[in-house]
Design a binder for this molecule. Structure first.
Ligand code: HAM
Length: 432
């Protein structure tokens, strides 16, 4: 590997992409503010044990794990949820509930690099902790819909399921949690035949196998019809029926909220992470078959980390994938057009005046760059044009004697001599 290339799976963001990434991040931060989620910043490096506890095989095997110089087994975070659960189980344990917490940053997974799948990627993450109520699950769906809309994405839809339905059927058949996890991993990868074999080997009843087969066969679609069918299939499993009811309540609350996002209900939908206990979902657009975000309810994780029983629900949005989706749907950024000014001294003795003017403009909130290549005025103007500047301030000896400079409107290709004290006003009010 050449030392002058990025490491496989890692990417540089050039100014245009970096700008887009920060734009999406700013939209996520805005949503966090609107919904009352407080931002926290957690470390990139965490104890391997914490991150591995409930990550599930898929994520666990892909962690960047190493021993630090003190001999501690650590890993680069593959997700935020364990760090936040750790905080709530320890430092925040006496704070009043609910917790609405937000974070944003980079995560690391040794995934096979391909479009929309990187080894370093970004998420905005929202967790609502301390309540089991379905309105909390509905809120997580709502804020995800709002984020997708606020970046300008169209035709977003959610794939939704409830791991409680599948897990509770298995539990009532005496299948232990470890075995349940294997089944859920296989279901997540759509390896249904293998999943059925594991259930068979776990000595589940034929009724259980048939129920799973029916749930797998069930096509996703209109949520009330699919719910009715699921209910029919699991009618003999009381606990699973409660899960279906919970899902119906969440989806009804969500749809009644006025968020217009399509729902595809999938009875056999499972997600790779092991900590989920209830509703799970992922966000998609029709143009891409990879999820733009995913989340769900996990009621046992905080307890597992030594905290008191704290039911929770959350979501992480893949910012890299949202960026890709925006590019696919050709969504432009709605940025306020800021005026940009290039200040060009006509000779090197006037550098100090150029710097002084730039300082005055910036204090007034106007973006100002000083010509630093020692170019002649004509070349400097060409360069300013090429780089999309709006104005050039040309600092010349003759005008300076009158305490003035030449201000050129690079778009209109017009210029005037302007007194020093009027530069800001003439640029701001386009008076050239
Ligand atoms: P996740 O489904 O593993 O969930 O990741 C969430 C999102 O992160 C995915 O939908 C995807 O957009 C993005 N993502 C994941 N891996 C990659 C990758 N290799 N390259 C680019 N983007 C990727 C979680 O991380 C859970 N912690 C979500 C959660 C929060 N559940 C409850 N609270």
């Amino acid at each position: 590997m050449s030392p002058f290339q990025t490491v496989r799976g890692m990417r540089d963001f050039l100014p245009k992409e970096a700008n887009m990434m920060r734009y999406i991040e700013s939209k996520a931060r805005k949503i966090a503010g609107l919904y009352g989620y407080k931002e926290i910043i957690t470390p990139v490096v965490e104890s391997y044990k914490l991150l591995a506890a409930k990550a599930g095989e898929e994520v666990r095997l892909r962690m960047y794990t190493f021993k630090d110089l003190g001999g501690r087994m650590v890993a680069l975070r593959p997700e935020f949820t364990p760090s936040i659960a750790r905080l709530v189980a320890t430092t925040l344990k006496n704070e009043p509930k609910p917790f609405r917490l937000f974070c944003v940053g980079s995560l690391y997974r040794y995934d096979e690099p391909q479009q929309g799948r990187y080894r370093e990627f970004w998420q905005s993450n929202f967790e609502l902790m301390g309540t089991q109520k379905p309105e909390a699950d509905a809120e997580i769906l709502m804020l995800t819909g709002d984020l997708m809309k606020s970046v300008g994405l169209k035709n977003v839809f959610f794939k939704v399921g409830h791991v409680g339905v599948l897990r509770r059927i298995m539990a009532s058949e005496g299948i232990d949690e470890k075995m349940q996890n294997s089944v859920m991993q296989l279901m997540d990868k759509k390896q249904y035949q293998d999943a059925l074999e594991v259930i068979g080997k776990a000595k589940a009843s034929q009724k259980c196998l048939n129920t799973f087969k029916r749930l797998i066969k069930l096509k996703s679609g209109n949520f009330s019809e699919v719910l009715k069918k699921i209910r029919g299939h699991v009618k003999d499993y009381e606990e699973a029926l409660n899960a279906v009811e919970n899902l119906e309540e969440i989806l009804t609350l969500f749809l009644d909220s006025g968020c217009k996002i399509g729902i595809n209900l999938e009875a056999s939908f499972a997600r790779g992470l092991e900590y989920y206990t209830g509703m799970v979902f992922e966000a998609y657009i029709p143009e891409m078959d990879i999820a733009l975000g995913g989340g769900g309810r996990y009621d046992k994780l905080i307890e597992l980390f030594g905290g008191e029983s704290t039911p929770a629900v959350g979501v992480a949005h893949g910012l890299d994938r949202i960026m890709l989706a925006m590019q696919k749907q050709k969504v432009g950024l709605e940025l306020k057009a800021e005026k940009k000014v290039m200040i060009i001294p006509t000779k090197k003795e006037l550098k100090n005046v150029a710097l002084k003017i730039s300082h005055i403009l910036r204090k007034e909130g106007i973006t100002a760059e000083v010509e630093v290549m020692g170019r002649k005025v004509s070349k400097a103007l060409e360069d300013a044009d090429r780089r999309g500047m709006d104005y050039a301030v040309i600092v010349g000896e003759r005008e300076l004697k009158e305490n003035a400079v030449v201000v050129r409107d690079l778009k209109k290709r017009e210029q005037s001599t302007i007194k020093m004290e009027n530069i800001v006003n003439s640029i701001r009010n386009e008076l050239i």
